[in-house]
Design a protein around this ligand. Structure first.
Ligand code: ADP
Length: 600
């Protein structure tokens, strides 16, 4: 989908028409045509009403017969009927177009987001850009389209009315245009300011929203009570919120002053036009009918020129700035083959993984997390990566998964450089359970299947077996809807789980994927050390013939592994079984003795 709508090119204001045209051509044409008619209507009305008034006066003066008024009555009725019928048709066409844009364009943006190279997600600047683009992209396109459509319409409206006015007083059009040009300039400047203000305040609001979540989120209730940090966080939240509000308020006040000054100017233009028209009537160069309808048309013209058109120009400028962001977003690098097909998943096997003198620093940083790191992992072995927090354990998994490739040295998977594999292949090879694993508030079965939507008999029995091995089956069978019970509290009859049970669901999800190599990156951080050992032992038992990497800084869980890799200062500083390392009396033994009391 994204190949069609998200191209690596410069996007311009005309794309607000071309994108909807590609997605929903018929509706877009109808909306454009309708707009044309809508904005030509005031000029037609001027002519029809002028004709109606003048003919009425002529009938009153006995200069013409009653029959000549019927044509104008008919035209007025058509104009009224058009207004009524049009609203219904338009609502239908708009909603049809909106759904299509949501389905196609929003999906394309979401697809691009899921394909982005990982460092864009971790980089603050690109993450802010991604957030700005992904905030209702469909609505931005629709808003941009409406903006352009209205601007085109207003220009048509203005030109047609100007032509009628100029037909009677030729120089008047020029005067109106001259006075209005500075107003347009002011509107463009206001639009640019609006967008950059929004960018600035959105960044601050994103932080305020996070603090709001810390204050309000269900998950934080216990910590909020325990640490009583609500008041402080609330102060931070109000502070951020206030800064964002003040930034927006300043621009709003400036815009308001600009608008009001604009209104005063336009009021004088309107008075000037009426005066000039009146002179023409007195000089009998213009009929009364034309005068009355031209006065009302001129007032609406001035209103359009000064207020609607400038407002639209301001909106257009804001939307143009969005397209600059959109152009940058489309150019963000993507991971090839980020979305894997299931067939690929079934063919992969794990034999060995070797780090050869790997040195790595995160993009944009100077500090090397891995320094000349070398290590070989083999099939069927349970490894434990241990070391102090921040020593680079998770970073190793990110490199294994191909999320970063800006390292020196080599990572060799099954005898081949990892950079030669497609990301899809790597994804199929590993199952990772992260520390901050997702708690999907879905029915139990869906939160285990997640991306596999099929429900064959064999799938169900496979899930049943996994849940039984994880000691969860009995509990789930007792729930009112069994495996179809909703998790979490989003649904009234949903079931909330304990921390350990949520972990088991995450583990079940990974086991269901059935990959040859499992990586558990401290998903047990919320458990006490003894419960962690129990869960890791259970996992080791279930995945007996597989290769696993347990990442933990708590060494009780490491004890059950076949080989412990101790990481420090960007390298492997010790490796061996628990007994070997204890005998060696090095860093591992020291850490283990420090933690001994946790397991008593
Ligand atoms: P561990 O898993 O051993 O606790 P990590 O691998 O998560 O440690 O982190 C190793 C170091 O890399 C830490 O100092 C951390 O601050 C830094 N780090 C992690 N992610 C990033 C990132 N995206 N950008 C810059 N530095 C990072």
């Amino acid at each position: 989908m994204k190949e069609k709508y998200l191209l690596k090119r410069k996007y311009g204001i005309y794309d607000y028409i071309s994108i909807p045209m590609k997605i929903s051509p018929l509706c877009t044409v109808v909306l454009l045509l309708n707009n044309l008619i809508k904005y030509l209507r005031p000029a037609i009305e001027v002519l029809v009403f002028a004709g109606f008034i003048d003919t009425s006066i002529e009938i009153y003066q006995g200069k013409t017969t009653q029959n000549s008024i019927y044509i104008y009555i008919g035209l007025i009725m058509i104009l009224i009927a058009y207004g009524y019928l049009n609203d219904g048709v338009l609502t239908y066409v708009r909603s049809k177009r909106d759904i299509k844009i949501k389905n196609k364009f929003k999906s394309a943006v979401v697809e691009k987001c899921s394909n982005l190279k990982y460092y864009h997600i971790e980089n603050d600047n690109t993450w802010d850009l991604i957030n700005r683009i992904c905030k209702n992209p469909d609505e931005r396109i629709i808003e941009g389209f409406n903006n352009i459509n209205n601007s085109i319409g207003i220009v048509i409206n203005v030109l047609s009315l100007l032509m009628i006015i100029m037909a009677h007083i030729w120089w008047m059009g020029g005067v109106i245009l001259l006075v209005c040009i500075p107003l347009f300039k002011v509107a463009i400047k206001a639009g640019e300011e609006n967008y950059s203000t929004n960018v600035e305040s959105d960044n601050i609001m994103r932080r305020a929203d996070y603090l709001d979540k810390v204050l309000m989120d269900r998950n934080g209730v216990e910590e909020r009570n325990l640490f009583g940090f609500s008041e402080t966080v609330q102060k931070w939240w109000i502070n951020k919120y206030e800064i964002a509000r003040l930034i927006r308020k300043k621009t709003q006040i400036r815009n308001y002053v600009r608008m009001k000054s604009g209104s005063i100017i336009t009021m004088f233009i309107a008075l000037f036009i009426i005066g000039m028209l009146l002179i023409s009537v007195l000089e009998q160069k213009m009929s009364v009918g034309v005068f009355i309808s031209l006065v009302s048309a001129s007032l609406s013209l001035v209103q359009d020129m000064s207020w609607n058109l400038t407002n639209n120009i301001r909106g257009l400028t804001v939307n143009k700035e969005y397209l600059k962001d959109f152009t940058a977003f489309c150019k963000l690098e993507e991971q090839e083959d980020a979305l894997v097909k299931k067939e690929v998943q079934q063919k992969v096997a794990f034999e060995s993984l070797e780090f050869k003198n790997v040195s790595f620093a995160y993009p944009g940083t100077e500090e090397y997390i891995l320094k000349d790191f070398s290590l070989t992992l083999k099939k069927g072995v349970h490894y434990a990566f241990v070391g102090k927090n921040g020593c680079g354990k998770t970073t190793l998994t990110k490199l294994i998964c191909g999320l970063y490739d800006n390292y020196s040295g080599e990572i060799i998977l099954n005898g081949k450089n990892i950079k030669e594999y497609k990301l899809g292949y790597l994804k199929a090879l590993y199952s990772i359970i992260y520390q901050d694993f997702a708690k999907y508030q879905l029915p139990i079965i869906e939160s285990i299947l997640v991306c596999d939507t099929y429900r064959e008999k064999s799938t169900l029995s496979k899930i049943d077996n996994i849940l039984a091995e994880l000691d969860m089956k009995e509990k789930i069978d007792k729930l009112p809807d069994g495996i179809d019970t909703w998790l979490g509290k989003l649904k009234e009859d949903g079931t909330d789980l304990s921390g350990g049970e949520w972990q088991k669901i995450a583990i079940a999800r990974a086991l269901f994927k059935d990959s040859p190599l499992y990586i558990l990156d401290e998903p047990t951080a919320a458990l006490d050390p003894i419960a962690e050992v129990k869960l890791y032992s259970l996992f080791a038992k279930i995945s007996e013939n597989k290769s696993t990497i347990f990442i933990t800084h708590r060494l009780g869980a490491a004890k059950i592994s076949d080989e412990i890799i101790v990481i420090g200062d960007g390298k492997v500083i010790e490796s061996g079984t628990h007994d070997e390392l204890m005998k060696y009396q090095g860093a591992y033994a020291k850490m283990f003795n420090e933690q001994r009391s946790w397991y008593l």
